[in-house]
Design a protein around this ligand. Structure first.
Ligand code: C2E
Ligand code: MG
Ligand code: MG
Length: 245
């Protein structure tokens, strides 16, 4: 943190119906002077154990909100939030502060939480979700289908979006594939006025299946991996010009 070695990359999220970029997800990278780029999967668990995730998470929120103000106004921003951050009472204030300081409107920000947020202290988590809703940000349930994935979460918590984990997307094709599970998740989401984003879409065949199953958005290497700030700005500006033409 002190060395300023963290950076954020951004992965486009694409609307399956229109094929246009709907938003981008901020994904953290540690650019280590000796070891090179280190994946968040390696260092976030350590940061969570030591509590440093709160400082890192504050930086992510502030930096990503400021970056999104440089994008076309229709493009949304998704930020991952650790359960450790979520447990702090000040979290909703930090979100409000990041929005106020950057000038980003609340309806462009989506926070991605995992079910780990909901397992321990349901009541506190529900109260926090309601505070965040009151600010006007949207909440997505990330990595759905991994872990315990209790359906009661969907009943009790006001999510706006379910992100279908890439292990299901990977495994959709074929007779014994996961497409009935993906279909079931999409049906539940539709019935509850939630949208769905499929993660880890890598092939045209997966894209077509997801479209026919009624999934709302996709994200994955088929369209683009996470890219550094300058590249994502160029990509968004180009899309914006095509849309305007
Ligand atoms: P996630 O939020 O589920 O992010 C999706 C991960 O899948 C990202 O890995 C992304 O680069 C990768 N991915 C995207 N498309 C594809 C694809 O088509 N194929 C494959 N194989 N992978 C794809 P990444 O960037 O390594 O991040 C891993 C996890 O680290 C994230 O999973 C998220 O849980 C966590 N993370 C990332 N940034 C942050 C952050 O700022 N704060 C917190 N608390 N967690 C973060
Ligand atoms: Mg995520
Ligand atoms: Mg995920």
């Amino acid at each position: 943190i002190a060395d300023g070695a963290f950076e954020l990359h951004y992965q486009p999220v694409v609307d399956l119906g229109s094929n246009e970029i709907a938003g981008c997800e901020a994904l953290l990278r540690w650019n280590h002077p000796v070891r090179g780029m280190i994946s968040p999967a390696e260092f976030i668990p350590v940061a969570e154990e030591t509590g440093l995730i709160c400082q890192i998470g504050d930086w992510v929120l502030d930096t990503a909100c400021a970056e999104a103000t440089h994008w076309p106004p229709g493009i949304k921003l998704a930020v991952n939030v650790s359960p450790v951050q979520f447990r702090s009472h000040a979290f909703s204030l930090k979100v409000a502060n990041a929005l106020a300081t950057s000038g980003l409107s609340a309806n462009r920000l989506e926070l991605e939480i995992t079910e780990a947020v909901l397992i321990r202290d349901d009541e506190a988590a529900l109260a926090m979700l309601q505070h965040l809703r009151a600010i006007g940000v949207r909440i997505a349930l990330d990595d759905f289908g991994t872990g315990y994935s209790s359906l009661s979460y969907l009943q009790r918590f006001p999510f706006d979006k379910i992100k279908i984990d890439r292990c299901f997307v990977n495994d959709m094709a074929g007779a014994e594939g996961s497409s009935p599970i993906v279909q079931a998740v999409i049906n539940i989401a539709n019935a509850r006025n939630m949208t769905t984003t499929a993660e880890g879409v890598e092939t045209e065949q997966q894209r077509e299946m997801l479209l026919s199953l009624g999934c709302t958005e996709m994200q994955g290497y088929l369209f683009s991996p996470a890219r550094p700030v300058a590249e994502i700005r160029r990509l968004l500006a180009r899309e914006n010009r095509i849309a305007a033409a």
